[in-house]
Design a protein around this ligand. Structure first.
Ligand SMILES: [Zn+2]
Ligand SMILES: [Zn+2]
Length: 126
């Protein structure tokens, strides 16, 4: 069981089992939604993730893409896309203990900010 929450604590989640994958996403939409130079995600089966507290608010950043965030504090928490049915992507930074959720892949590497250096061995796919 892994727990996480938004900054204010209104939205909490529990994820069962291990992540299916972990990855950075360099796309401009993730960058803007998080305000960070890169987003880091852990993918779980939707059925393994339970939310409690206040309901997530959603923003559809492109057709079929839902980005979940806390309506009170604005923390970015989830990503769901029609391309990944049955899967929910949780922002790694929202976990209470993200230490063993190091991203192993990178998406949209061509949109990476040029000054952003990531440690070697963090993968180059998908
Ligand atoms: Zn919050
Ligand atoms: Zn992205």
């Amino acid at each position: 069981m892994r727990q996480g929450r938004c900054l204010c604590g209104d939205v909490r989640f529990v994820a069962e089992g291990s992540a299916k994958w972990t990855a950075y996403c360099h796309c401009g939409s993730c960058r803007r939604h998080t305000g960070a130079p890169v987003a880091a995600y852990a993918g779980f089966e939707t059925s393994k993730v339970r939310f409690t507290g206040a309901p997530l608010a959603f923003y559809e950043s492109s057709p079929g893409v839902r980005r979940g965030f806390c309506a009170r504090c604005g923390s970015t928490l989830t990503y769901e896309g029609d391309r990944w049915p049955g899967e929910i992507h949780l922002h790694v930074g929202a976990f209470d203990d993200p230490a063993d959720l190091a991203p192993t892949g990178q998406a949209f590497g061509e949109e990476r900010i040029s000054w952003l250096d990531l440690p070697a061995g963090q993968g180059s796919g998908p």
